[in-house]
Write a protein that binds this ligand. Structure first.
Ligand code: PFF
Length: 447
């Protein structure tokens, strides 16, 4: 194998994995999904999914990646010689393009809001006017495509500087800061009149509001948020050194990611109720609510700027990890140079993202089951690609992979305790496959 880059420090490696996990999935998508699916019950199911499926699948991806120090395809070939499991890698690559296709459009919206914040336009308006502002943005093809492309250009420039410099530095500085800022906003939101209604919505589960479709979405949201199911964490952990405890790292990623999602909910929902915004607004939710929060804070101008800047960096560490999936694959499997692999990945991503950005305006009459192209990509990414990938990973590690590889990775060759093993195997063999297959079959009407 060619010489591969490695993370300079253990903290750098974890920060990069957390950087991948924490992004728009937590800050933009989690609140809107929770809003559409009735709040508390959705969140409860979400947390259960993280514990019994999310963290075990993160750990499985880490096991595959670190035991082979290679991309998913080469890893599956090494771990199961002569078998065709490696073919699943193509589904992962396709999935990574679908995710980054719609995701970078939302990153484009973040840049627009950063720009509006800099101009001081996120103050002195009503929620209804903020809603109009958002609709004005998405219905304008030039602005939508322009910001999306700008974001992608930045993404690929950072990537062309290589793993260490690009990812590690950005991730290690920005993540803790984002965390602190979220807490400040939560406190602010909680002080708004009528905030308790938002907390009720978030934390008093009402199961009559949750459908099986909502359960599927909670599961898909958990996988998208943790960056699992499309081999992203296989790729990242292939750069981990052999001393880190995979169990600790998987738990760290899972817990921090969930905390950021919950904090985003606590930031958004008290304000949603206080300002009379519809919790079911969907993808526009945070863009309608956040400006009203900044507006009533002392120094709102700076808070708005800082917030969108941090979200921008959080998104960037996620899109970097997403683009790294096809890039590492092209370099290692197709012997491309890194610049060439970046170029190809960029071209495909530009095309997909442009179509997604245009699906709110020029292409808005193309719809399937009431969803435009962006919504379809958003839906398919988490509820189909990532779930299928999670299912594959769980079955592969739980049933097929040699138990010695698992034990070796969990204990670092016997140096650590492997107490998690029975729990891991149980979740991977039974809990994850049965739940995912059941939900799929139920929703397709087969059972
Ligand atoms: N986990 C990221 C988020 O929550 O924003 C999105 C993501 C990154 C999904 C990387 C998949 C992935 F491979």
């Amino acid at each position: 194998m060619s010489k591969r880059a490695a993370f300079a420090t253990r903290v750098g490696a974890i920060a990069a994995a957390v950087g991948s996990a924490v992004g728009l999935g937590n800050i933009w998508r989690f609140p809107y999904e929770a809003g559409v699916n009735g709040g508390g019950a959705f969140i409860l199911v979400y947390i259960v999914c993280i514990l019994i499926m999310g963290i075990p699948v993160i750990l499985s991806e880490f096991i595959i990646g670190r035991s082979t120090h290679s991309n998913m395809k080469a890893a599956l070939r090494t771990l199961s010689p002569g078998k065709k499991y490696y073919l699943f890698t193509y589904v992962c690559i396709l999935g990574s393009f679908v995710v980054i296709g719609f995701y970078s459009v939302v990153c484009g919206w973040i840049i627009e809001y950063l720009y509006q914040a800099a101009l001081g336009n996120l103050s002195e308006h009503s929620s209804a006017e903020y809603s109009e502002m958002f609709n004005g943005l998405i219905s304008n093809p030039w602005r939508c495509v322009g910001w999306t492309m700008l974001f992608l250009v930045i993404n690929f420039i950072v990537m062309s500087r290589g793993i260490e410099k690009g990812i590690e530095r950005v991730a290690s500085i920005m993540m803790p800061l984002l965390f602190v800022i979220l807490i400040v906003f939560c406190v602010n939101s909680l002080l708004l009149p009528g905030a308790s209604k938002g907390l009720d919505f978030l934390f008093s589960p009402d199961f009559s509001k949750l459908t099986w479709k909502g359960v599927l979405e909670a599961l898909g949201q958990a996988f998208l948020s943790l960056s699992i199911g499309i081999s992203c964490l296989v790729t990242y952990s292939s750069y981990f050194d052999d001393k880190t405890s995979l169990v600790k790292d998987a738990a760290t990623v899972g817990i921090l990611d969930t905390m950021v999602a919950i904090l985003s909910g606590v930031m958004i929902f008290p304000a949603v109720f206080s300002f009379g915004v519809e919790p079911t607004a969907g993808p526009s939710l945070i863009f309608e609510v956040l400006p009203s929060i900044f507006q009533q804070m002392t120094g709102g101008y700076f808070w708005a700027l800082l917030f969108f800047l941090l979200v921008f960096f959080a998104s960037l560490t996620s899109t970097i990890s997403l683009s790294e999936i096809p890039i590492t694959f092209m370099i290692e499997e197709h012997k491309m140079s890194r610049p060439r692999a970046i170029l190809w990945t960029a071209l495909i991503t530009f095309a997909l993202a442009a179509v997604a950005a245009l699906s709110f305006n020029v292409l808005d009459d193309i719809k399937l089951w009431g969803k435009n192209i962006f919504d379809m990509m958003d839906y398919a990414a988490s509820n189909i690609f990532m779930l299928l990938g999670g299912l594959f990973t769980a079955v592969y590690v739980g049933w097929i992979l040699d138990r010695k590889v698992i034990r070796d990775q969990l204990t670092n060759g016997g140096k650590l305790k492997g107490a998690m093993e029975p729990y891991l195997i149980f979740c991977l063999r039974y809990v994850a496959p049965v739940s995912i297959i059941f939900i799929f079959l139920y929703l397709t009407g087969i059972i």
